[in-house]
Structures are given as C-alpha cells and as structure tokens.
Design a protein around this ligand. Structure first.
Ligand code: R5P
Length: 292
C-alpha cells in the first residue's frame, strides 16, 4: 500500500516533490490555533492501515514540536500503521555536552521526545560532533543522508578554481568529502566560540592559494558569526571575495543580511530550510529511503 504524505505547514514543496516521485497521495490536514493559542489538528484523509510520512524541517523547533506530536498521535489514533518524520534539518544537535555546570544535554532530551511519538526519522547531515551517531540518542530507526555530492556538483558547475575552507574542526567531515569529489585543495581553520554571537577564527598562511576562490562550507549558518569572521580573515589576507555554502541556512534574526554585507561574493544554502539563498536542491536524497 502506498504511504500517505502530510506536509507540516511550510513544508509543502518537499512533500509535493516526494508525493510525485513515490506516486503517493498528499494528505489533507486542518491546522489552526484556537483563540487562546492552543493547537487544533484534524486529519481529513483516511490513514487507517497506512504508513504516514510527515514532512517537517525542524528549524524554530520549539513552536513545531507540540503540533508535530499531536499530528503523529492523531494519525496513530486513526489507525495509521506507522509514522515516519522527514526532518531535513534536525534541531538541538549542538548542545551535545555540558559546557557549564547546571546545563543539560538538550540533544538527548529532544531525541527522547521525538522518539516517543514518531516511529522513524530521516534527516540530512545532522550536526554530529561529540555524538557520533544518531543511534546514541534516538530510540527509533534513523537514516542520515548527506548533501556533500550535491554541494560538490554545485561547486563544479559554478566555481572554476575553488579553495575549500572549513571554518572549524567539525566542518572537516563535510569539507574533506566535498574536496575529494571536486578535486580541489582544502584548509580547515581553528575556531573559538566565546559566546552565542562571538567567535574568533585563526587562519593559516595562504600564499599558495592567492589565485583561488575561497569556498566556505559549514553545516549550519545560524547567527552567521562563524562565516562572517572567516570571511573577514580571508579578505584581510588578500584573498578573493569568498562564496559561503551552508547545508542548513537557519539564519537567526538579521544573520543573512549581515553575512551578505561583510564582503562575500555569494551565499548559497541547500533547501533543507526554505530560504531565498536555497540554490542546491537536495530533495532527491530522501526518495530512495522513503520508498523503502
Ligand atoms: C558548529 O560548530 C556548527 O558547525 C556551525 O559552525 C555553527 O553552528 C555556526 O553557527 P553561527 O552561524 O551562529 O556562527
């Protein structure tokens, strides 16, 4: 039996794409807030005996979590065989250790919550750093797909002599993969985070790369301070205006505008979070796994 696909509001484009590829129906939901702010959800299509796929990227996760919990539970109460969450961006992966006394590992708490109400999860390049595998924190089957190939293709088609730059040691995993595929050199910088919106970047000697175009690659652009500080250092070193590529363009507040005005040539993201910078379409990464 074909699965039925539901788009959490804001995720209609990816849901429609998957429905087309899988020849599966898009389910209709009535979704609104009561006057007091509580959530009302009604599933209009029949889901009994069906596998339900819910498409919901998880930026701004706090406001999505409860409605998502309701949607998955309503589906199950109506007889759905299972629910699978497609979350192109998976939130809360960065608080993966206790940095200061009194904190908790919210990555774990968030994983625990999602594991309570959805039967499986598919996501793109979650921020795996100290947690090396989603199975360490999720109690449900999880599938991770990677944007590296799509990013490599974009670079090959758009930049003639790229120098790939990872702004911190975590980014090495993405940058090294892309560099291999593009057949380009790469460097990985050292970053110190001094606060939510304050980072320091140290940069190596770049004489060998003067006539290259720097291409910064990071998994998440949130406040954009990591990218901005890196761009400033590269420009100070006399490098060409860099291209910034983020897998997930979270863009807190004015981050996108701030980044655009710091001397970059272009800012490009994958479409894991709908945004005007989306220029790398990664929708097809889900098809094979959803079909399974
Ligand atoms: C963390 O290490 C991530 O890989 C990114 O570098 C980080 O999330 C970027 O955050 P921001 O844009 O706030 O500097």
């Amino acid at each position: 039996m074909k699965p039925i696909i539901f788009a959490f509001p804001g995720n209609e484009k990816l849901a429609a794409y998957l429905a087309g590829k899988l020849d599966a129906p898009i389910g209709e939901i009535e979704f609104r807030n009561f006057p007091d702010g509580e959530t009302y959800i009604r599933i209009i299509d029949k889901v009994r005996g069906k596998k339900v796929i819910i498409v919901c990227t998880l930026n701004q996760p706090n406001e999505k979590l409860l409605p998502l919990y309701y949607l998955s539970n309503v589906a199950k109460d109506l007889g759905a065989k299972s629910t699978c969450l497609i979350a192109p961006y998976l939130a809360y992966m960065r608080q993966d250790k206790i940095f200061r006394e009194g904190e908790g590992i919210t990555s774990r708490y968030f994983a625990h919550l999602l594991s309570q109400f959805t039967d499986s999860l598919i996501t793109i390049d979650p921020h795996l750093h100290r947690i090396q595998n989603l199975a360490e924190i999720y109690n449900i089957p999880t599938t991770v797909v990677h944007a590296a190939h799509h990013i490599s293709e974009w670079i090959k088609n758009n930049i003639s002599k790229p120098l790939l730059v990872g702004p911190d040691t975590e980014s090495k995993q993405w940058v090294a993969d892309v560099a291999r595929e593009v057949d380009a050199p790469y460097i990985v910088l050292q970053k110190s985070r001094l606060g939510d919106r304050k980072v320091e970047i140290s940069i190596p000697q770049l004489d060998a790369y003067r006539n290259y175009t720097p291409v910064l690659i990071d998994d998440i652009i949130s406040t954009a301070r990591t990218m901005i500080e890196t761009v400033k250092c590269l420009i100070k070193e006399g490098m060409k205006p860099p291209i910034c590529i983020g897998v997930h363009g979270v863009f807190a507040d004015t981050a996108y505008e701030d980044l655009l005005s710091c001397g970059v040539a272009k800012v490009v993201t994958c479409n894991t979070i709908p945004h005007k910078s989306n220029d790398i379409d990664v929708s097809d990464l889900f098809v094979e796994f959803v079909a399974e």
